[in-house]
Design a protein around this ligand. Structure first.
Ligand SMILES: Cc1ncc(COP(=O)(O)O)c(C=O)c1O
Length: 413
């Protein structure tokens, strides 16, 4: 067999099937920095056109702020282009520790640890905390990085219905019964105190934009002696009066383990975990995606730290984002869209059919509005959607125009 024939055995059928099912992915090319308006490359015409970007995770629009760019450039000049080693060898530089101290302060927690991405933070945290004798309770709409972390841990996973607290309690009871039966089979005394369960959920669900019920999750975790972990990827810089996240939003205590990312509202790169010092010491020693990788570039750590300080000193930017979300949802509702109440910056308009969602997104592009279609496998089959995300710097005119064009595109269908 030729090399190509062997490669075909692994790839060709899959690609073919994806094309047929309209789930084959290509990348769009943006020729300007991430901001509320971008220049989109139009391949067919070899040119670019201006779009209102309603698709960014840079919710506070900090990626292109002159003073933050200058601070990052200065950090590159001071710290160079790379860290040169893992955190536990030679990679740990002053900006890494300053960043961790800043994250802990911002989140109001004892300590923080950073990872190179939020994906690595989730994978490395769950697989360090849990092993094959443990139980994980996971919301059915959790992010892929949580799912992958659970798989890697080899813990027994019970998936509960989305945001359904009664179902969560049901699966915890089922797991406890299974645990006791297993212990008995092994000739051990069935003892609830030995049961180890981790409840894990997105704080803001990335494809629907709805929010986890933290007060109720805390109650259930306490009642059943489980550890509670939340992923604040889309909550940091977005929820709560000053963007601290879900606990600030509800005015309640924090989860035991809070994961976040520096790549969305913080507009940089990296992931983090905050919590008790003991948790952070444990992860530094046990988390493989922290240990076995080169530390992020110190200049990236310095930039993330600066951006976080900027959020800390500009709560009005967070409030502007929240007002924009409210305004955009109201405009969509006024045009007949059934947009659920949300405080997050993610607003999804579910279409269903994959091809129809792709067509709607393409039609919006022609009208100068960039809102991607999200399809299987990112969301369940048949629940393809337009997923819009609002930024703090969108003007009322931007949002009004976007709502109008969405309505026009739907009217044509
Ligand atoms: C809920 C959630 N968790 C984790 C991540 C991963 O974060 P990162 O992009 O920093 O890897 C994402 C998105 O990327 C996300 O949406």
């Amino acid at each position: 067999m030729t090399n190509l024939e062997i490669l075909n055995k692994f790839t060709k059928n899959t690609l073919q099937k994806m094309r047929e099912a309209h789930t084959y992915r290509t990348m769009r090319l943006i020729e300007s920095p991430e901001s509320s308006h971008v220049m989109l490359h139009v391949k067919s015409e070899g040119s670019s056109c201006k779009q209102i970007l309603l698709a960014s995770n840079s919710y506070l629009d900090l990626a292109n702020v002159p003073e933050l760019k200058q601070a990052m450039a200065a950090a590159v000049l001071k710290w160079g282009t790379g860290s040169g080693g893992a955190r536990l060898t030679t990679g740990n530089k002053t900006p890494h520790e300053e960043l961790e101290a800043e994250i802990a302060k911002f989140k109001g927690e004892e300590a923080a640890i950073t990872f190179n991405t939020g994906y690595m933070a989730n994978v490395g945290t769950i697989s360090a905390l849990c092993g094959k004798n443990d139980f994980v309770f996971s919301d059915e709409l959790n992010h892929a990085s949580i799912i992958d972390g659970i798989r890697l841990s080899r813990a027994k996973c019970f998936v509960y219905k989305h945001n359904d607290m009664a179902d969560l309690e049901r699966v915890i009871e089922a797991a406890k019964a299974e645990f006791c039966a297993r212990e008995k089979l092994n000739g051990e005394n069935a003892n609830d105190a030995d049961f180890r369960g981790l409840i894990v959920t997105d704080a803001v669900f990335s494809m629907d934009g709805d929010i986890a019920n933290l007060p109720e999750l805390l109650r259930i975790a306490h009642t059943h002696d489980c550890l509670l972990m939340i992923d604040e990827a889309h909550a940091t810089g977005v929820l709560g009066n000053t963007g601290r996240g879900l606990a600030e939003h509800y005015g309640c205590e924090h989860a035991d383990v809070t994961v976040g990312t520096l790549s969305k509202a913080v507009a940089c790169e990296g992931g983090f975990v905050v919590g008790k010092q003991q948790l952070i010491d444990f992860l530094r020693n046990k988390s493989r995606s922290f240990i076995f990788t080169t530390a992020m570039a110190p200049a990236v750590a310095a930039a993330a730290c600066n951006n976080l300080k900027f959020i800390d000193s500009h709560p009005e930017r967070v409030q502007q984002l929240q007002e924009n979300v409210k305004f955009f949802c109201e405009r969509l509702r006024s045009k007949g869209f059934d947009v659920p109440e949300t405080k997050s910056a993610i607003i999804s308009i579910v279409i269903g059919d994959e091809e129809a969602a792709m067509n709607a997104s393409a039609e919006l592009l022609k009208r100068g509005i960039l809102i991607p279609a999200i399809r299987y496998p990112t969301v369940a089959k048949g629940s393809a959607r337009l997923r819009a995300s609002v930024m703090a710097t969108h003007t009322r005119e931007d949002l009004e125009q976007a709502a109008k064009e969405i309505a026009n595109v739907f009217a044509k269908r």
